[in-house]
Ligand binder design. Structure first.
Ligand SMILES: NC(=O)c1ccc[n+]([C@@H]2O[C@H](COP(=O)([O-])OP(=O)(O)OC[C@H]3O[C@@H](n4cnc5c(N)ncnc54)[C@H](O)[C@@H]3O)[C@@H](O)[C@H]2O)c1
Length: 361
């Protein structure tokens, strides 16, 4: 089991490994009542152990199931959860356990942030994406019809329990999608592979795809450590450092917004990473071999490297409208000093990068 400490104002641990969920009772010792929020399928698969541990410690558990999918990440769900908690008598000193992927973590986390002006939440991520990313860092949000994640709050959990055993039941496409973020962390390590994630993928790629428990635990712990480090140094996205976590995401968000392709988030990130590598290569910030590594790494994980049938003009227009773009175009790109933000790259370099992912220029 790996224990990583997030050094926010009130520090908390991210525990990664086989059986991490069994620590939930310890973490909530001293509390009286707990709301366990999960989607039905995940509750059936992985809720038993959590429930057993909590009730075994004499905690009064209120099980709250919520619907699946992005549509459930809504004010309506937050209201339903808060009303259920009020009905069950949850008070300021009680706690929430969010068991599931990023949809549950974001929604239950946001409800916990606003219920009684903030009650404790334990994040128990059960998707690869949530274990390496969404559950760590305290960002919570719900969607509006006008856009994703438009209403939210920073609400750091009291702990994150990433039990890699839960990944065994994840549908294949969800697992692959999580690998898109894993590829991002691998490439964030730069040419000298600072975090050892690139080497792990090169040496044990087959075991990762086969979800070997020991290899997965190591992989998740290494990726989570990168996020923990960034969140510790920039807890509320003030210094710009946290923007490095958006590596590959500028194009990815545009692909998701353009909505012409049925791409999962991690698949869009995968294409975005290939694009970012090609753009950095065209700008001569990295050598051609490193740019090509972006493509081979993504390809080796069984993720898409291109999207055909889209036009660059359309994607550029979407990227300029992005809430983080401030009207111009900013990309996080690899370079001699690691990842840095690059504003408004020249059209010729953009054309090379678009061509590298199959987008018409
Ligand atoms: N807060 C953050 O910092 C942050 C970061 C990245 C993404 N997100 C958010 O995360 C969300 C996406 O999260 P996601 O990719 O985890 O998707 P998800 O939460 O929708 O989960 C995907 C599917 O897998 C199922 N599932 C979850 N765990 C399972 C398991 N162990 N076995 C079987 N099925 C399981 C879920 O029920 C769901 O159907 C988005 O809403 C995104 O905005 C948040």
């Amino acid at each position: 089991m790996r224990r990583l400490t997030v050094g926010t104002a009130r520090p908390y641990d991210v525990v990664v490994g086989t059986g991490a969920l069994a620590g939930v009772g310890d973490l909530l010792a001293g509390h009286r009542r707990v709301a366990l929020v999960a989607q039905e399928a995940v509750l059936d698969l992985h809720g038993g152990a959590v429930l057993h541990d909590l009730t075994g410690r004499g905690l009064d558990v209120v099980v709250c199931d919520m619907a699946d999918g992005e549509d459930a990440k809504s004010f309506a769900t937050v209201e339903a959860l808060c009303r259920r908690w009020a009905d069950a008598g949850l008070l300021r000193g009680d706690a929430v356990v969010a068991l599931g992927g990023g949809v549950v973590g974001d929604t239950a986390g946001f409800a916990a942030a606003v219920y009684h002006r903030g009650i404790a939440v334990v994040q128990c991520p059960t998707t690869l994406l949530a274990q390496v990313d969404a559950a760590i860092g305290g960002k919570t949000a719900v969607n509006l019809p006008e856009g994703k994640n438009l209403v939210g709050a920073f609400h750091q959990p009291v702990g994150v329990l990433a039990d890699t055993v839960t990944l065994a039941t994840l549908p294949e496409r969800e697992f692959r999608s999580g690998l898109g973020e894993v590829a991002k962390y691998a490439l964030m390590g730069g040419a000298d592979d600072t975090f050892g994630i690139g080497t792990l993928l090169a040496d044990h790629g087959g075991a990762v795809l086969a979800r070997d428990p020991a290899v997965l635990a190591d992989l998740v712990a290494r990726c989570a450590a990168v996020k923990v480090d960034v969140v510790t140094r920039d807890p509320e996205e003030r210094s710009g450092l946290r923007a490095t976590l958006n590596y590959g995401h500028t194009l990815a968000h545009a692909l998701e917004t353009a909505g012409l392709h049925d791409l999962q988030h991690g698949e869009a990130v995968a294409v975005g990473l290939v694009f970012a590598g090609a753009l950095a290569g065209a700008l001569e910030r990295i050598d051609p071999a490193r740019a090509e590594l972006h493509r081979t790494l993504v390809d080796g994980l069984g993720l898409p490297t291109r999207v055909d049938g889209l036009g660059a003009d359309e994607l550029l227009a979407v990227m300029r409208r992005d809430k983080k773009a401030h009207g111009g175009l900013t990309f996080v790109l690899d370079g001699p000093d690691g990842l840095t933000a690059v504003d408004d790259p020249p059209p010729a370099a953009l054309a090379v990068a678009f061509a590298a992912v199959g987008v018409d220029v």
